[in-house]
Design a protein around this ligand. Sequence first.
Ligand code: FEO
Ligand code: CA
Ligand code: CA
Ligand code: CA
Length: 640
Amino acid sequence: MTDRENYRREPMGAAERSFDAFDELNDPRPEETGFDRVVEDSVSRRGFLGGAVAVGTGAFLTGTAALTIADARAAAGRLAFKAVAAGTADTVAVPEGYRWHIVVSWGDPLWSGGKAFDHATRGTGASQEMAFGDNTDGMALFQSGARSILAVNNEYTNRSIMYGARASKKPENADDVRKGKAAHGVSVMEVAQSGDKWQVVTDSPFNRRITADTPMEITGPAAGHDLLKTKADPTGTRSLGTWNNCGNGRTPWGTYLTCEENFNGYFSSSDKALALSPGFKRYGIRHKDWGYAWATADERFDIAKHPNEPNRAGYVVEIDPLDPKSTPKKRTALGRMKHENAELVVAANGRIVVYMGDDERGEYLYRYVSDGVYAAGGGNDGLLDRGTLYAARFNADGTGEWLALTPQTTGMASRAEICIHTRMAASAVKATTMDRPEWVAANPHKAEAYCALTNNKNRGKKPNAGGDPTPVGGPNPRAGNKYGQIVRWRPANGDHTAKAFSWDLYVLAGNPAVHKDDRKGSKNVDPGNFFNSPDGLAFDSRGLLWIQTDGNYSNEGDFAGMGNNQMLIGDPATGEIKRFLVGPKECEITGITFSGDRRTVFVGVQHPGEKGDSHWPGGGDSVPRSAVIAIERDDGKPIG
Ligand code: FEO
Ligand code: CA
Ligand code: CA
Ligand code: CA
């Protein structure tokens, strides 16, 4: 979810309160007093900003630090497009020689029995159930023969927009809740090129809506655990729905992974005196929800009546996009957290490794390693059920290690409990508290992975929700981090299952037009490419890193000149970063996938006009609508 930055106004009261505002309201934490900042560790600010500084085994500055002449030659001209200028227009800007068009927008029907989006009412429960969901996020394109199937997350809803036809701008009745639940989840749809545009294939047998009410199977170590049993499901293996689906992943066996992030914000308590368990507190489950009002129409969201229901959310869910009748599977082995995305790699030894961020201030970066090995052609179903979770520890000297989360290392009773209360397990092993880990992306050409650490106003000031300190240092080098950074690690011996790794920062975002200290960012940031709050990350087949932002678009003060949220392309070999796209007003750019021939890149535009100042894409007085766009070159050649 994106409406969480502390600068965001709260024009609609509680219904539109930001993540930070809710968090602070529900769980005020003490100012930092009891722990020291690690200000002068080996990653000195001077080292970051001044040039190639190698300390210990880690080269702490990117760009030229890791560059050989051969790399440079191979990399020359890999970002062969004219950079897009930062901007504040209410449209999408792409480089000269490129064009874009809308593929699907919130409320577009996937079946001919549905209704076209109604700007006056903004739809009903029934129309939404037949239509593309709201606030597009992670996505992936699959092939079935010559047919293309796009699976897209619909993360959340802006209540002030979805219920904007009501004076209160809030859900007021059961149908409003039905509409809200149906706007969440995942939209699976066939897409095809018609003329020069990609469009949804209405009534395709592949089309499917997965919502907050779709039956799910719970698998892995936590399946059947007492903490997952409810009145409706005494087995603890069957739940309903997925929501707040943020980033994604995909498996080599052709399935889609959707990641449940801020699942907590949908629960509330009819008993205002209900004592909150440590688990509820750590995961932000409180007496009040975030304005969705689901418990008013569906009592499973009432924690006073169904206290185990929240334990059944916060997972990575595997979906077979080519089988519309398949039951999505909640893979508890991948842990329970505010999952951002799930970047899967097949390690050299054949094991499956899944990298995952837990996006909250001061939470952790995780890795899952399967027990079994991947076999092309089948027999892979247990790979996401049997394996070990790890949390990352980053040392100040550029080394790091993965800390296994087991009953022995954590003191927790069972693997099931570790998979349910994963945050507590990571706290127990003293992993490194991070600046809000968002997407992880692994380089397809090299054993290395990148994670966007989007920002963290609490760095060096407040502990995380579990009370763990958040000292300044290592990959989180700035107090009250406003701009974010991208950390990169290389596993020992090129083996993604190795315990040890080395790390550096690929980029420290900042504003060199405003600041001269560490807030100006690293050397590969300049007024031509500056940005804040990196979030979505993905590699293309050439090994270029696409960076999407979900940041402050005020274009003022610390953010002067940065304009609207954007998408950039980085070259890992040279450190060069170039702006490829600027989004419409008040949007976030998130979610990316490529056509097989790389002639089209599909990109998500989330929450345009979240504060009321956009009419994208329709213009005029139209309701702003999140949408998936397709970008192509005018000459039809591959993108990049
Ligand atoms: Fe859904 Fe952390 O972004
Ligand atoms: Ca988002
Ligand atoms: Ca974000
Ligand atoms: Ca995100």
